[in-house]
Write a protein that binds this ligand. Sequence first.
Ligand code: ADP
Ligand code: MG
Length: 324
Amino acid sequence: MSLDEFGLIERIARRVPARADIVLGIGDDAALLQPSPEQQLAVTADTLNAGVHFPLETAAADLGWKALAVNLSDLAAMGATPVWCTLSLSLPEADAAWIDGFADGLFALADASGIALVGGDTTRGPLSVSITAMGRVPAAQALRRDGARPGDDVWISGCPGEAAGALRLWQQGRLDVRGVAADAGHERLRERLQRPTPRLALGRALRGLAHAAADVSDGLLADLGHIAARSGVAAVVQADAVPLSAALCGALGDAAAGDCALRGGDDYELCFTAAPARRAALQALAAHLALPLTRIGRIEAGEGVHCAGAPVAGPAHGYRHFAG
Ligand code: ADP
Ligand code: MG
């Protein structure tokens, strides 16, 4: 079924529940939102363009999930609790089945994370999804990139590199991003690429424990580099301490797996720094969340990111738009 702009908006708007912190939601010229006192708002935006950020054949539901997940990951990295979001959609055609599938993925994650869709824009054009997400964080408690101190440990959540591993398999023609993969390891990697889990509970729990944090969207070394630069310190990574999953090593071999873990993007794990006195508390948190937290290096005086003492080989900056 083909719809006009307002038919599309209506198919999205009818899924949004009413809430006390939304004075006026979808349907007027702007939304009216009621922030709570004593809280600061964390605001972030991310766009996914077809063919640049996701394979063209990506299922609509996976795209809806991921477009929100990458924004929630930024809120997680700030230690913020998701509250509101807007959605700007550029679509080549107005297809009801596509929009319903997209909404299935988007609202599965929106409802689970407590974020409400309060507005957006819908236009015709190349397939592109842009979300702005807002979260709340108690005043002065946000996790920032600029708080790392010499002597801190560097930590990573989960097993980085799995999403990049899935992308490599897809580029090699060994993985269909739309279908469940027959191989259990390949399927795990595909899930990590298509349905990333924003580490919201971890981010909130790190308030008061971590000195600095960033989510790994550009690659572990690149995002740790952002922490180092913003904090005016050096980060030294023990490359062999970075956890590699059996699924990733099995699919690509140990060398390529290590490269994906250090340089691959799209992980949405949290990289953070904390004082050594916090080690026991962080291990207890890992057990509580059933999410591995691994110490992979330390912060020193100086600048840049170093692997096992030596400058990192090859570009550490991850993917860059407009580069070269
Ligand atoms: P305007 O022309 O005043 O910008 P629109 O006609 O673009 O308003 O949108 C009508 C209402 O629908 C607005 O409240 C807008 O925020 C909302 N809206 C439009 N597109 C979307 C979307 N993709 N998701 C959620 N809300 C949307
Ligand atoms: Mg508009």
